[in-house]
Ligand binder design. Structure first.
Ligand SMILES: [Zn+2]
Length: 233
């Protein structure tokens, strides 16, 4: 009998230790009220904090099944992220975001076009997101191919969209080739800032929203080696 009580006690203690060590799963999604209360600067801070957790390996545990069911009733995401196609840039994970948290548009070389601009206008003007984040990344194959003048099928026309970035680094003192890491990095940065500028020029809706303080359009670079997202001015 004593043995049984002791066993029970050990089992209860082990169970409670286990329960305190395990963090609860996040099972909720952003509501319309929460989205409306956020400012663009708060959203940028939330993305930055999420990226810190990604870098530190302490991303939030999420109950995706529960989030799927809740998100089916509607979506109120915080931001629109335009990312490269690159499989090594898992956008939601990079910002520690879950289902219903962010819109993600992807195209090799993370440039805008009419369809992407329309998607951004939907994401902000219609659906209420507060930030547009153009996120390039280091070691970008699309940027390398553009510098190298690669030609193949529809890729040729696609790379035309990245060419202005190569031309936007005019005074570079060094070899203008993709194997020159310094030049490649300069073009990757220019590609992000050129895209941010063109979004403002080509979308009066987004430009006006930004002027009114309703949204912010910002650029960033993702570092493959560290997982860190560096916000650009
Ligand atoms: Zn890329």
């Amino acid at each position: 009998m004593k043995k049984q009580i002791l066993f029970l006690l050990v089992a209860v203690l082990a169970g409670s230790a286990c329960a305190t060590a395990k963090k609860p799963l996040v099972n909720r999604v952003l509501t319309a009220q929460e989205q409306a209360a956020l400012t663009p600067d708060q959203v940028i801070a939330i993305l930055d904090e999420g990226n810190e957790r990604f870098v530190a390996g302490t991303v939030t545990s999420r109950d995706h099944s529960a989030q799927v069911r809740l998100a089916a009733e509607g979506q109120f995401p915080k931001a629109v992220v335009l990312s490269c196609l690159d499989s090594r840039v898992p956008v939601e994970d990079v910002f520690d975001r879950g289902i219903g948290d962010i819109f993600v548009a992807r195209v090799a070389g993370n440039f805008e076009n009419t369809d992407i601009l329309g998607s951004m206008e939907f994401g902000t003007k219609v659906a209420g997101a507060k930030v547009i984040l153009v996120m390039g990344h280091k070691d970008c194959g699309a940027v390398k191919a553009t510098i190298d003048g690669a030609e193949l099928g529809n890729i040729t026309a696609m790379l035309e969209n990245i060419k202005p970035a190569v031309e936007a680094v005019p005074g570079f003192d060094g070899a203008r080739i993709s194997s020159n890491a310094e030049f490649l990095h300069a073009v990757e940065r220019a590609n992000v800032s050129e895209t941010v500028q063109r979004i403002r020029e080509r979308s009066p809706i987004l430009r006006d929203m930004e002027s009114a303080g309703q949204i912010k359009i910002v650029g960033a670079l993702y570092d493959m080696g560290t997982g860190r997202v560096e916000l650009l001015d």
